[in-house]
Design a binder for this molecule. Structure first.
Ligand code: HEM
Length: 478
């Protein structure tokens, strides 16, 4: 029987639909514009790779719920294969028993609610140091808030993963940043998997291999230090005496019931996931929220008044109290509508019929969550930042509302959701509590550039510079 592929633009010989991507615009915008013409399930060929773009809630539900199992794999890229130890991590692993084992460890042992709570002291201490550094500028000079926030989320991840053994933190953070950059990029060879020579010719492969060797030697050294400490009877290398994530893995490694025994490579790959999947996503959300708040002074005033009221006469900034900030929660939800990671990547495991169309096995399936977050068919005034739209609304980010999928949905939904939200909520609350915010001299909210970078996390392209004046009348110290 002849396949009926979804509709899509004309494909050129050899390059298929790749010419649509050469304009340099962000892929999520290009796909949104094409979908307006060809519909919410659209077929492209990016070089040799059959690709299906999904852009509506009902089609997303088909892919992420009705046929969840058929779409539970990830496309495999040269870059992740090299950097992630042959995709031995969680985020890029193919669907199968190995991924199931690693994901279970991630959910039960690394990112459970109990563990997320136990990371609170790390968050608090790192945040205090960021706040003091902002305060030290004294409200006179502009502060690069992008730099401060990226440093905060990377430091929290470093301490969480490597504990006290995270000695050369700056070096490690920079190294991870480089590795992340390489993983985020497409290589031309990924579009032409049968042309092996292209990988070599593009030069990207040798760059990746060199970077991987550099990262690997640092990670190997740190993992081995943990192994030595364990052999010497030191069980908790964590920043505050408990286990760090490498300790947790080494403990699990000793369990001989595991279907796939854990090696150093598995540990290093999972560690890299914490940086690639967890760090930029959290910092991007904080930066966008702060940008939207400073751009909208009325919303800022409302959120700030809620935070200051909630912590009035408190002795401490306890994480439990952050649950009593309903307006801040709406601000975060609205930020995640407009500025969530742009596209959810999946791979079709077996030929599947969706809405009467054939999705071929091995096709890459991209759910354009960014486009749905701004679809005028779904949202009133979709381009405006209105936290109140989520007030008394049942729509949440738990993966059941297919118009709003900041953490994805189904089998591969983000396992770091609670950790990510904790990493976003606390810094935002404290930044609003302690400081009054303004724009650098001569600029105003309308000058704030809100364009995004290309890339999965849809981060803000230009760094956010603000003036932060410490409000001396408040009870809590930095
Ligand atoms: C605001 C913060 C975050 C956002 C918006 C976010 C978003 C996402 C999205 C959209 C996916 C793809 C889901 C899918 O395919 O359906 C994902 C996957 C993933 N995320 Fe997050 N994430 C965040 C924070 C974190 C954190 C803090 C961690 C861990 C430290 C983390 C670890 C992961 C992992 C391991 C995966 C892959 C899961 C799998 O393939 O089974 N994320 N995330």
């Amino acid at each position: 029987q002849k396949q009926k592929l979804p509709p899509g633009p004309l494909r050129l010989p050899l390059i298929g639909s790749l010419h649509h991507l050469i304009s340099g615009a962000n892929p999520h915008r290009i796909f949104r514009d094409l979908a307006r013409k060809y519909g919410p399930i659209m077929y492209l060929e990016l070089g040799e790779v059959p690709t299906v773009i999904i852009s509506s809630p009902s089609m997303s539900k088909q892919v992420l719920k009705t046929h969840d199992l058929a779409f539970a794999s990830r496309p495999q890229f040269t870059s992740t294969d090299i950097v992630m130890y042959n995709n031995k991590d969680i985020a890029f692993a193919e669907y199968g028993d190995y991924w199931k084992q690693m994901r279970k460890i991630c959910i039960m042992d690394l990112l459970s609610a109990k563990m997320v709570k136990s990371y609170s002291s790390i968050r608090k201490a790192e945040l205090s140091s960021v706040l003091s550094s902002i305060d030290s500028v004294g409200g006179t000079c502009e502060v690069n808030m992008t730099e401060k926030i990226v440093r905060f989320t990377s430091s929290v991840t470093c301490l969480l993963v490597f504990g006290k053994l995270c000695r050369d933190r700056d070096e490690l953070i920079n190294l991870m940043k480089d590795a992340l950059f390489l993983v985020g990029g497409f290589d031309v060879g990924d579009f032409f998997p049968s042309w092996k020579l292209l990988y070599k010719m593009s030069g990207a492969k040798s760059k990746l291999v060199k970077m991987h060797q550099k990262v690997d030697s640092v990670l190997e050294r740190i993992v081995n230090e943990h192994i030595k400490n364990r052999a010497d009877g030191i069980r908790g290398n964590g920043a505050y005496g408990a286990e760090d994530l490498v300790d947790v893995f080494l403990r699990i490694k000793e369990n001989d019931q595991l279907q796939f025994p854990i090696t150093n490579d598995h540990i290093k790959a999972a560690i890299l996931d914490m940086f690639t999947a967890g760090t930029e996503t959290s910092s991007t959300t904080i930066i966008w929220a702060l940008s939207e708040l400073t751009k909208h002074p009325n919303i800022m005033a409302k959120a700030q008044s809620e935070v200051r009221q909630a912590f009035k006469e408190k002795a401490n900034f306890d994480e439990e109290d952050l649950d009593n900030l309903p307006y801040l929660k709406l601000v975060i939800k609205e930020t995640l509508r407009l500025h969530a990671p742009s596209i959810v990547h999946r791979e079709c495991r077996e030929e599947t019929i969706v809405d009467g169309y054939t999705i071929p096995a091995k096709a890459t399936v991209l759910v354009n969550t960014w486009a749905m977050g701004r679809d005028p068919e779904i949202w009133d005034e979709p381009e405006s930042f209105i936290p109140e739209r989520f007030e008394n609304s049942p729509v949440d980010y738990l993966g059941n509302n297919y118009e709003y999928l900041p953490f994805g949905a189904g089998k591969r939904i983000c396992p770091g959701m609670q950790f990510g939200l904790a990493n976003v909520k606390q810094p935002l609350a404290r930044l609003l509590y302690h400081f009054n915010w303004g724009f650098p001299h001569g600029t105003s909210p309308k000058d704030l550039d809100m364009s995004e970078k290309s890339g999965l996390s849809a981060a803000k392209e230009k760094d956010l510079y603000l003036i932060a004046k410490t409000d001396q009348s408040l009870d809590l110290v930095l």
